[in-house]
Design a protein around this ligand. Structure first.
Ligand SMILES: Cc1ncc(COP(=O)(O)O)c(C=O)c1O
Length: 457
């Protein structure tokens, strides 16, 4: 079957008018295509591959276009707006901040001092210092650099960074090289021999091999040696806390074995929490499910909920290894304001606990999907408000990206805005403060979409 393309010519769809959704035009709304084409004309972007909705406003759990339509947001803008769109508290703080100071470079500001103290207090006690940047990929670069500094000051040969196939850390050179999407690295033109990758220990690998996670980790150490890696040359393991496309976590005993081994070897353990962090999975950081203490943690996206902000958090003596590593916009006063407001919202609305509580609401709905569409719903993984639902070809385990994208498009026509993974999985990620009834309503609209597509097949 050919690759799925979202329809750009408007078709008439049934009107939807509820407390949380409003679809009153043809879909995509007339005018959408023109905006997308204009972006595509002037920016070398993937504008035409995005879901065809023009974002005019977004508030709380809803997205509004300029033509009167409203969607329930199940993306949190790819896990940025965990505390909801345009939260009034964040907006008020940002407006006040803009009247005072719109840029400060790395010069001292009170907001930077206040935010850093709050950030370190809000996160686990062993993370004692932070560096601030703007994007996730910069945080990855910083973590890689710190890991190399740490390893190489001990012994010059200790510079290997171990990652996993299929993990993602950003699109700048170091981050991309450390990531596990190998086909996307050709542009670099060479491969850093001190960045190596292991196969991701997917649940089905454990099922197929009958091995425990701890045993698999031992196999992976041998595999590293077979790849020519001297184990005492490993500076760090850089792990995305889970793979987003399927909400796929590592086996807990795999990470625990890794932590024990890396501690003995004095190799660092770094978790990339850029997507995973800030309550997404029902814990502040997703790695907390592994019951381990990492040495460094990278954050982005949901750390601010709004303005570009990222951070590397870690043990003070590691962060201090490279004190001159700053960036012009890192720790921007507006970003620090946004980060501070975000923490205040997390605390006042108890968002980490809310994410965990809402897990049960999603689980109950997905159980019904499974019972109703046993041929179409494959594996399901979820923690908090992060879910990966595998849509499969009838009667098989094979993912069905075309069907999945059709569900995403049909849901859009019903007023639910989803992530398009392109992989055959629905990746759910609503804002953590989405009202319960909106969450359930959105999932039921998606269920309706699946039912229609199944019956049309
Ligand atoms: C796990 C992970 N790491 C790093 C990044 C890069 O972040 P940014 O796009 O802000 O550079 C992303 C972005 O999607 C991510 O999901």
């Amino acid at each position: 079957m050919s690759e799925f393309k979202f329809r750009l010519d408007p078709v008439s769809v049934p009107k939807v008018e509820t407390k949380h959704r409003r679809i009153v035009t043809a879909m995509p709304a007339p005018g959408t295509r023109e905006v997308m084409e204009s972006i595509g004309r002037y920016e070398s972007s993937n504008a035409m591959d995005q879901l065809p909705v023009v974002w005019e406003e977004a508030h709380g759990h809803q997205i509004f276009d300029p033509w009167g339509n409203a969607w329930i947001d199940f993306t949190s803008t790819i896990f940025v707006t965990n505390s909801g769109h345009a939260h009034p508290h964040a907006v008020a703080r940002l407006k006040a901040a803009m009247d005072k100071l719109c840029h400060s470079y790395s010069y001292p500001t009170r907001i930077r001092a206040e935010y850093l103290a709050r950030l370190v207090a809000f996160t686990p006690a062993y993370l004692t210092k932070a560096s601030l940047f703007s994007t996730g990929t910069e945080a990855s670069e910083r973590a890689i650099k710190l890991a190399r500094h740490y390893g190489m000051t001990k012994e010059p040969r200790r510079k290997v960074i171990v990652g996993w196939d299929g993990n993602f850390h950003g699109k700048t050179m170091g981050a991309q090289m450390a990531g596990g999407y190998h086909a996307q690295k050709d542009w670099i033109g060479y491969h850093d021999p001190y960045m190596v990758h292991l196969p991701f220990p997917y649940p089905w690998v454990l099922e197929e091999t009958g091995k425990s996670g701890a045993e698999l980790f031992q196999d992976h150490l041998k595999l590293l040696q077979e790849k020519g890696v001297e184990l005492n040359g490993i500076a760090a393991f850089l792990a995305e806390s889970f793979q987003g496309w399927g909400a796929l976590f590592y086996p807990k005993d795999y990470i625990q074995a890794l932590r024990e081994w890396s501690r003995q070897q004095d190799s660092l353990l770094i978790f990339d929490e850029i997507q995973a962090g800030f309550g997404r999975t029902g814990k502040l950081f997703a790695y907390e499910y592994y019951d381990v203490e990492p040495d460094l943690v990278t954050c982005g996206k949901g750390i601010s909920g709004t303005i570009a902000l990222s951070a590397v958090l870690g043990r003070g003596e590691i962060i201090d290894l490279d004190p001159a590593y700053t960036s012009t916009h890192g720790g921007h006063p507006l970003a620090c304001t946004a980060g501070l407001a975000n923490i205040e919202i997390f605390e006042s609305e108890n968002l980490v606990a809310e994410s965990k509580r809402k897990e049960t609401l999603v689980a109950a709905e997905i159980e019904r999907w499974k019972a109703r569409f046993p041929d179409r719903i494959g594996r399901v993984y979820g923690n908090g408000l992060l879910w990966g639902i595998f849509l499969v070809k009838p009667g098989t385990d094979e993912l069905d990206p075309y069907f999945c994208a059709s569900v995403v498009e049909r849901s859009l026509h019903k007023g639910v805005f989803n992530i398009h993974t392109g992989r055959g999985t629905i990746k759910l990620g609503p804002p953590l403060n989405i009202p319960d009834d909106a969450l359930v309503e959105g999932l039921r609209a998606m269920e309706e979409a699946i039912a229609e597509l199944v019956s049309e097949a």
